[in-house]
Design a protein around this ligand. Structure first.
Ligand code: 13P
Length: 257
């Protein structure tokens, strides 16, 4: 499906979460490489667990597909047991890093402030941050979720120079849509994407904000991808479950071509 009105380059990323051993990762990537047509007109990013990054980067090295990590620490190195730095991710050919995923915010104490530090460190290391925001079901039903999302965007991206803004991808992932099979409707998603773009304009100005990509994530599947990606402010997808299967992920990517 062509989006003639859009000038932003579509970005489809697969967040594998804590799935796939190195051998399983290899099998998935080989399957994808067999299924995929030429995808060089868009950005396709695979985000395996840390342990499989190196092998996946190796397997896609002759293609336009890029590799991303699912988190990182903001320091360059040091006594931070269990952590990984941006330099280490670059060392295994990562180009992107997911930051502030709702699972990290909810289960591992990630805050807008830590996401902000990580985003700055990622940009300094020439890694493109995919900064996730989104409301819980409770927030959507009981609170002003628009204010919550606006605050997540502003605080997570505070103090970043406007000239670096285009390197940042924002992912809107309503928590109630993640892994539930219940995606936001295209209209619901578009409304929040437009709101996020307004926040980005306030932070970085029209020129830069207009070029920033905003992905939708949350139960993106082959049967809903085209309609979601057809919305004016939806510039891509961050795919969880469906990215673990070559056929399904290929179908979603094709919807973005
Ligand atoms: P699902 O596509 O499995 O709902 O996961 C979305 C997600 O969390 C991607 O980061």
């Amino acid at each position: 499906m062509k989006h003639l009105m859009k000038t932003r380059r579509t970005i489809i990323a697969g967040n594998w979460k804590m799935f796939k051993t190195v051998n399983e990762a290899e099998a998935l990537v080989k399957g994808l490489l067999l299924e995929l047509p030429d995808v060089s007109s868009i950005d396709v990013v695979l985000c395996p667990p840390f342990t499989a990054l190196s092998r996946v980067a190796d397997l896609v090295s002759n293609t336009s597909i890029r590799v991303g990590a699912q988190d990182m620490h903001w320091e360059k190195e040091g006594a931070f047991t269990g952590e990984i730095s941006a330099t280490m991710l670059r060392d295994v050919y990562c180009r992107y890093v997911i930051l502030g995923h709702s699972e990290r915010r909810q289960l591992f104490g990630e805050t807008n402030e830590s996401v902000n530090r990580k985003a700055k460190a990622a940009l300094s290391a020439s890694l493109r941050p995919i900064v996730c925001v989104g409301e819980t079901l409770d927030e959507r039903e009981k609170k002003d979720f628009r204010a919550i999302i606006t605050r997540q965007v502003k605080e997570s991206l505070a103090g970043i120079p406007a000239e670096q803004a285009e390197e940042i991808v924002v992912a809107y992932e309503p928590v109630w849509a993640i892994g539930t099979g219940r995606n936001a409707t295209p209209a619901q998603a578009q409304e929040v994407h437009a709101l996020i773009r307004t926040s980005l304009v306030a932070l970085f100005g029209d020129k830069y904000a207009g070029n920033m990509r905003i992905q939708y994530g949350g139960s993106v599947k082959p049967n809903n991808a085209a309609e979601l990606l057809g919305q004016p402010d939806i510039d891509g997808a961050l795919v969880g479950g469906a990215s673990l299967e070559a056929r399904a992920f290929t179908a979603i990517i094709k919807a973005g071509l």
